[in-house]
Design a protein around this ligand. Structure first.
Ligand code: ATP
Ligand code: MG
Ligand code: MG
Length: 383
């Protein structure tokens, strides 16, 4: 059978591998961690650095087509692989998504509004920042995730100090916006230009990390939802993108929709699709990679996903991690537990997720609140 390759061995690679294997493919994973979540469930595991030329050559030798699961895979590594094999999404698209400066220019070029911002690459640019961008959030242009690399600043002096703390690397300063809520849209685009999408997902973050995603008929007002889907499709088309792309949005207090950022891969806010859709985001990743037809996914149940962070393993500030009592949670109807097989629990680390499905969103929320109580998470989940 054919082999699909993935650069990066985290939970996204693991769920990609599950989807690929179900469809008859072998999977080859490249990751520096000898015991990565995806490597553990895959046929081939190349245990090496993302930029190691020999490792990349081995992956290209094993796999018929290659994708990524990790946003910060060096774009030159993908370019290198693309000489030998189809790489989807292409290095050029991944490179834009890896750099907030290029990403924002792309959004503007597609006619999609983003938060007012300024590029900060020099001390003069700190001095010249328009006052209407304060208070703001300083974000490093590269390598940030889960809110890492971000600092809130109120004044020009704080901005200067924050830019120093960031190591004076290229950054963007974004105006701090009054968010009503956040949502994301996942699209999949095939080589022939066919595009399918999932419904808008409503997301709640805690401490900069996704905590809860909810998807049901009325989770986003219709006009905002339609605009979010159109914008995500335009962003994918503007990149001539092939693969699965997630676009994050803010909906402001006045109802305006603003794009935040994109991820060139399946996304945490789309994990619910495994249990509540007839085609998951990972199956669409497989289909786009293998050049198979795409079918518009259909959601067959309202869904709520809860992220399970490593904090749950430390209920009483005890030094030793304790595995949560999954049996209690699994006794709840409609509870779907996913654990990523990570060997070590750490605070803030994504260890798994729990998706609740049910016949109505009220039932789903009730079950989710029950699960949250059992696990020691904040209740109600929507706050
Ligand atoms: P990830 O890639 O894990 O989603 P990230 O580190 O790239 O996170 P962002 O998505 O840019 O970070 O921001 C994290 C969160 O911070 C957002 O989901 C939102 O809650 C808040 N945030 C970011 N930018 C703004 C803004 N301009 N105004 C208000 N809140 C913001
Ligand atoms: Mg990000
Ligand atoms: Mg984000």
């Amino acid at each position: 059978g054919a082999t699909l390759g993935v650069v990066g061995g985290g939970q996204l690679g693991r769920m990609f591998a599950h989807a690929a294997q179900r469809m008859g493919y072998l999977v080859a994973v490249l990751d520096p961690d000898a015991d990565s979540p995806a490597g553990r469930v895959s046929h081939h595991h190349i245990h090496t650095d993302y930029a190691d030329i020999d490792g990349l050559a081995r992956l290209a030798g094993l796999a018929d087509a290659i994708t990524t699961e990790f946003e910060n895979v060096p774009a030159p590594s993908l370019e290198h692989l693309a000489v030998a094999r189809p790489v989807r999404p292409a290095a050029a698209a991944v490179a834009i998504a890896q750099d907030r400066v290029r990403e924002k220019s792309h959004f503007v070029g597609c006619g999609v509004d983003c938060a007012p911002y300024a590029v900060i690459e020099s001390a003069e640019q700190v001095v010249l920042v328009p006052p209407n961008l304060l208070p703001g959030i300083l974000k490093t242009a590269r390598l940030g995730y889960d809110g890492k690399g971000q600092q809130r600043v109120n004044t020009r002096e704080e901005l200067a100090a924050a830019w120093d703390r960031a190591g004076q690397v290229p950054c963007v300063l974004e105006k701090l916006l009054p968010l009503d809520y956040e949502c994301s849209v996942i699209v999949a685009r095939g080589q022939d230009g066919q595009v399918v999408h999932f419904p808008p997902q409503r997301n709640l973050h805690r401490d900069g990390i996704l905590a809860v995603t909810e998807v049901h008929a009325d989770n986003v007002p219709e006009a905002a939802g339609r605009l979010a889907v159109e914008s995500a499709v335009a962003i994918a088309e503007g990149l001539q993108y092939v693969g699965v792309l997630c676009v994050e949005f803010f909906v402001l207090a006045d109802g305006a929709l603003v794009v935040n950022e994109m991820a060139p891969r399946p996304h945490n806010s789309g994990h619910w699709t495994l249990d509540a859709c007839d085609v998951s985001q990972f199956e669409l990743q497989v289909r786009t990679l293998a050049g198979l037809p795409l079918n518009a996914p259909r959601q067959h149940s309202p869904a709520l996903m809860l992220n399970l962070l490593g904090d749950l393993w430390f209920p009483d500030d005890d030094a030793k991690p304790v595995e949560p009592r999954w049996a209690d949670v699994l006794a709840l109807p409609g509870a779907h537990l996913h654990l990523y097989g990570k060997t070590e629990a750490r605070r803030g680390r994504k260890m798994g997720h729990l998706t609740i499905t049910g016949s109505s969103i009220e039932t789903v929320r009730g079950t989710a609140d029950f699960a949250a109580a059992l696990l020691g998470l904040p209740i109600p989940l929507s706050e």
